[in-house]
Design a protein around this ligand. Sequence first.
Ligand SMILES: C[S@@+](CC[C@H](N)C(=O)[O-])C[C@H]1O[C@@H](n2cnc3c(N)ncnc32)[C@H](O)[C@@H]1O
Length: 252
Amino acid sequence: MNLNVLDGIKMRLCGPLVTDKHWSQAEIIQYWDERAVAYEVDYVKTDVRHEMLETICKNISLRGPAKILDVGTGTGRVALKLLEQGADVIASDFAYRMVSAAKELRDKRPLSIQDRLSLCVSDFSHLPFPDDSFDYVTACTSLHHIDTDQKRKAAQAFRRVLHPTGSLILADIMFFFDTSQWTMEEVRTKIQTTFFPLESLEDVKKRFLYEPEEWPEEAAFLATLLQAEGFSVVSVERLRDVVGVIVATMQS
Ligand SMILES: C[S@@+](CC[C@H](N)C(=O)[O-])C[C@H]1O[C@@H](n2cnc3c(N)ncnc32)[C@H](O)[C@@H]1O
């Protein structure tokens, strides 16, 4: 197991804090369909989302032609940025309204590049693409709603569609501190204040999707999960206490 890339980061190997309850797929789709408009407002106001975007792009080589699948694309921010940088992108998400919002943003881009970004409504555990189709799969804050078993299935799906020389870039909520030192309320507040602009916080607290039962795992746990699914973890970059970016290749 290649854990040397994790040196210097304080982590424990452990699973989710509590694992007995998870949101159903229908609940998650409904939540995101309802958040499609507000998401764009939150997005442009929170630094962390831009930091994640920059970190994903920095890890993608666009020196040659690159075919990228952005899963859980939401309003397509990652996909659009990669499109503007010259990639061919498929942006997929299971929430139809999120995909529609992404389409609207794509249609505002120059006509000359629009056709290099396709949109697709699909669950990332059942990707409707042939094997070995992509140079990169990017997943930005889209995996944290699902439990460990589903994350394994998603990792297998990403592996199947990636070309043998391809890479997965996973940017998400992940812990870089010893969560046993924190109360659940402290962790929840940390995630909320990292991801939502202050003026949205009161509203967010009323309809906040994250319950302790579906909190994300620690960075080392996610890296180990990817390794168990045949990926080789190249780097784990910590952006905040609760945000990181993992780059993993298919090669050993
Ligand atoms: C926080 S948003 C992130 C959107 C975008 N990646 C970004 O960074 O701005 C999470 C997105 O993941 C999508 N999502 C969650 N689970 C999914 C699944 N199993 N299959 C496809 N999309 C999923 C949601 O519909 C939502 O649009």
